[in-house]
Design a protein around this ligand. Sequence first.
Ligand code: 9G3
Length: 568
Amino acid sequence: MRMSKLLMPTLREVPAEAEITSHKLMLRAGLIRKLAAGIYSYLPLGLKFYKKVENIVREEMDRAGAQELLMAALLPAEAYMASGRWEVFGPNMFKLKDRNDRDFCLGPTHEELFTQTMINEVHSYKEYPKTLYQIQTKYRDEARPRFGLMRGREFVMKDAYSFDLDEAGLDKSYKIMYDAYCRIFTRLGLDFTIVDADSGAMGGSGSQEFMVKSPVGEDGIAYCDSCGYAANYEKAECVPERKPSEEGEKPLEKIHTPNAHTIEELVAFMGAEPYNFAKTIIYKADDKYVAVMVRGDREVNEVKLKNLLGCTDDPELAEPAAVREITHAEVGFAGPVGIGIPVYADKEIELMENFIVGANETDMHYKNVRLGRDFTPELFADIRTIETGDKCPHCGGEIKTAQGIEVGHIFKLGTKYSDALGLKYLDENGKSQTVIMGCYGIGVSRCLAAVIEQCNDENGIIFPVSVAPYEAVVIPVNNKQEEQMHLAEEIYDRLKAEGIDALFDDRAERAGVKFKDADLIGVPVRIVVGKKCGEGIVEYKERAGESAVEKTVNDAVADVVKFIKENR
Ligand code: 9G3
């Protein structure tokens, strides 16, 4: 492609709303343009990049024996009625009415549609197992779309669904998808970790997330280098840890703690350690209030709490007015002793003695608190968020933590949708059985952002060859030099003839601008035709490499072809 023709509107500056590197670079390199919050257009370079990513996903899904379909994105409400999900997703679901005032939505996910397709089209157990997939635009009205393609309101997902006769079949289908995902993310050039994950509203017997470690990732990952354990914060198992405390039974003592609302203020005031306190946080779960306790230096994990309480909506912190109503005290003095609502305590509380809690009285706390004597929780459960330095639940090693970008999520669904919609089969004995499902998502457009997040330097994007919009660029240093232009053109033609996705920078720009743009848009390798072209010598430089080397024209062309074909 001649760059004098290419629509590649590079930018020197980007809008302040682009906070993360990949978002900045995708705007600066002219890959995408924002239409509205969470809604983007793909310009030529962005679309070529997208298509290479999409094709790797497609190749590996096909290789794994999955069959590609394409479902509608504009869906009648009935599609989600049987599973009860028409209401469940609330404002996240884009809903609209047609000219006859009928309810429709823009599809956010397609469990129901794929299950209904199987009901309509498959009628014998002999036709199982099947794994069907699509690569399709999804719509979710995210409350806080951000980070460019990382969290959009219109985005591309590869969603696959497996249908098996029994659990053993599901295990096989799941493993096939797991292995296909490993191949996909490897080919995308992503450094990824697979973590145990919470299945949330999806239910089922378990799920795993494919995470790309990045400081801009929205998910927390806990992992152990000794045994390989890795889990999302929402799922990571916490080992309760005993901390030193005063020994022996002491009488419960109410102490005046003026204006000490926070643990820090309390520590300063009382001189005890944060782990000698227990926090009591009041949540509204569905429509009832509960008191949740964790050690003073820990945090409540609200997904674990939601799963423990089995509530439909996410538990929310009680409003200050409600806290005052329940505790008869200002916020910051809630405690378990005599609180009058159910108390759920993290397992670490069970290991504490003579600890400090709010006294449900403004400016007052209790010290020397003892379980059993002073209060008894409904139950003890793992409801805290794991932290660096905690013990690994599998091997006792040291837990490390990182942030991650979730690029894939695979679920063993079980019969949640096949039951809801009635996907059944008659087994060889004529007995009616329910089909066992799995579902498997990849954020295809999110992968674009993840690749750039991991593959960049101060000069711009460093595209892995496998997904590079253009694989090589030929740059004549001086357009006015007929000899340079002629040789550059010849090299460009030879690369194209070898099947290389090549650019020819024939723009009437200074060489420095051409080099900067080649770096910014991440072209994996370049050939520069300059002063020595009369001697048949050109410069060869790999984008990820340190320095340029002089080569004969033939060697440069051969090395570009070799480099690209070895790294595709
Ligand atoms: C909705 C809306 C938002 C949603 C969902 C449905 C997340 C929803 C979970 C999944 C699970 C799997 C198929 C491929 C693999 C992932 N946000 N999820 O179901 F209606 Cl508005 O999407 N879906």
